[in-house]
Design a protein around this ligand. Structure first.
Ligand code: ADP
Ligand code: GLC
Length: 485
């Protein structure tokens, strides 16, 4: 089975969040199910060295304002197709943002181009590799199935995964022809969304199958509270929508072999976490905590409930806990966190920035990880928390609700609790969850058992990769049948 992935990021090459982790790990798991994956990615500057060693497989003349080519290379076990288009991707700044932190004004063109290149590969293949299924991810690749719908119907079926419905890629409709979109597609049943083009809506409308990244989120996006205006369309496509939980790369995220940890450890030797904790508290000049060391590893945005965290900081500090926050995002949240850190200078640190090694170190040292998201399609940091025995304290929403077993009376009695849940968006409930955590922490035997259970909890891709494989197989047979008729 040949499947083309098209995405805007892929770990370890280029990452701003969980999308990259998924694109960098799911294909490896799918290969185990007998699926051959090629990943089409923009050749951002961080990929330039890889691109210079890659083989050119296609030229795209007159490509959205310049020349482009597609280059093929294998790295870290992943088969990459790099879309080399310097006029679109070779610039200083972020993937989506200018150095000043604003959206690139031509993002609509940059990602339409990525989608268009994906559609070209569907039609012409690369060498003799022609995809049987295309799997697109988030709004950046949502136009791909719309482009395919404009072509003769030898095109492969499309699976679209919604990683976060809050980001929809809205484009002024005046760009329709510049983006090579047929104006007949610009209808309420097609691309149109309140007078604009919605890339995500296009993806949902024109794909044969829609997935999202947890079963609970698949239900939540059918509601007006969490569907961000697309709930009606999704309800109409309910039979084609499924929630498949994300997994993680358990080799890359392995506390037994993690080079970022001073003291690697296993389920049996998890007490060594204490040494990692001591080291990191020393490194950050925090007083040695009597309570748990909490960490936060997150984009600092409203979605992630960082304002709730700010409210809870006095409670945390009163519980004699320590807190280290690693993140970047909204300026006011960054500033408020720094103000709190200077107020509680011997118990709290904030590291502003994106630092992969530090994320591993924090997981290996912390007793618990706080994830107070207002909504969370899946979330990966709670899975990393489980794997590293950093007990996840999570809001009961989306994939957080699906992956963490709350330490209530029933689950503690049944010996299956792996973390703590609280009502999403409720700061009193969050503070209560922190209290419950501190209380459990004071009971060493309960706490140690919980760490053991968390670390043993299955967080890999096996089941979910099999579910995706099943979808691809079904779509290929459906396509065969529908073309035979
Ligand atoms: P989202 O994709 O919504 O940001 P996820 O939990 O799915 O949330 O994934 C976030 C990913 O980004 C995880 O791999 C997490 O470790 C990583 N991450 C987030 N912020 C930082 C940071 N400041 N430094 C390093 N890694 C980070
Ligand atoms: C998005 C979501 C996050 C999810 C990730 C990977 O960034 O916000 O919840 O884990 O995609 O699917």
């Amino acid at each position: 089975m040949r499947v083309l992935f098209v995405a805007s990021e892929c770990a370890p090459f280029v990452k701003t969040g969980g999308l990259a982790d998924v694109i960098g790990s799911l294909p490896l798991a799918l290969e185990g199910c007998g699926t051959e994956i090629r990943i089409l990615l923009p050749a951002y500057p961080s990929l330039s060295e890889l691109a210079s060693n890659a083989t050119s497989v296609a030229h795209l003349e007159d490509f959205f304002g310049g020349q482009a080519e597609i280059k093929s290379v294998t790295a870290d076990g992943l088969h990459l197709l790099l879309l080399v288009a310097p006029h679109l991707y070779d610039r200083a700044g972020g993937l989506y943002l200018t150095p000043a932190g604003r959206d690139w004004p031509d993002n609509y063109r940059r990602f339409a181009a990525l989608s268009f290149a994906g559609a070209e590969i569907c039609s012409s293949g690369v060498g003799d590799w022609v995809p049987e299924v295309v799997h697109v991810h988030d709004w950046q690749t949502g136009l791909l199935p719309a482009y395919l719908s404009q072509r003769p119907d030898r095109s492969p079926p499309v699976v679209m995964t919604i990683h976060n419905i809050a980001y929809q890629g809205l484009v002024d409709r005046s760009h329709l022809s510049e983006l090579r979109l047929d104006k007949r597609l610009y209808t309420p049943d097609g691309l149109e969304y309140y007078g604009e083009i919605s890339c995500l809506k296009a993806g949902i409308t024109f794909s044969q199958k829609i997935t999202t990244v947890s079963p609970t989120y698949a239900d939540e996006i059918l509601t007006s509270d969490m569907g961000f205006g697309l709930e009606g369309l999704l309800r109409a496509r309910r039979d084609d929508l499924i929630g498949i939980l994300n997994g993680i790369d358990v080799n890359l995220w392995n506390p037994e072999t993690d080079a970022a940890l001073g003291r690697p450890y296993s389920v049996r030797s998890h007490r060594r976490k204490r040494d990692n904790k001591f080291d990191i508290e020393t490194r950050f000049q925090l007083r040695s905590s009597i309570g748990p060391l909490f960490c936060v590893i997150s984009r600092l945005t409203q979605q992630k409930g960082i304002d709730l965290l700010l409210t809870a900081i006095p409670r945390l500090m009163a519980a004699n806990a320590n807190l280290i926050v690693l993140g970047s995002g909204d300026q006011w949240l960054e500033q408020q966190l720094q103000v709190a850190a200077s107020e509680y200078c011997d118990q709290m640190r904030v590291v502003i920035g994106f630092d992969e090694t530090m994320a591993h170190m924090l997981l290996g040292a912390s007793d618990a990880i706080l994830i107070p998201s207002r909504f969370e399609p899946c979330g990966l940091t709670q899975l990393y928390g489980l794997r590293y025995g950093a007990i996840p304290i999570v809001a009961r929403t989306g994939g957080l609700a699906d992956t963490i077993i709350d330490a209530n009376h029933a689950s503690l009695t049944a010996d299956c609790a792996t973390g703590i849940q609280f009502a999403a968006g409720d700061s009193a409930a969050f503070e209560h969850a922190i209290n419950r955590c501190c209380k459990l922490y004071q009971n060493p035997s309960l706490w140690s058992k919980m760490i053991g259970r968390a670390m043993r909890h299955s967080v890999g891709w096996d089941q979910s990769a099999a579910d995706y494989h099943h979808i691809y197989t079904d779509l290929v047979s459906w396509k065969l049948k529908s073309t035979a008729v």
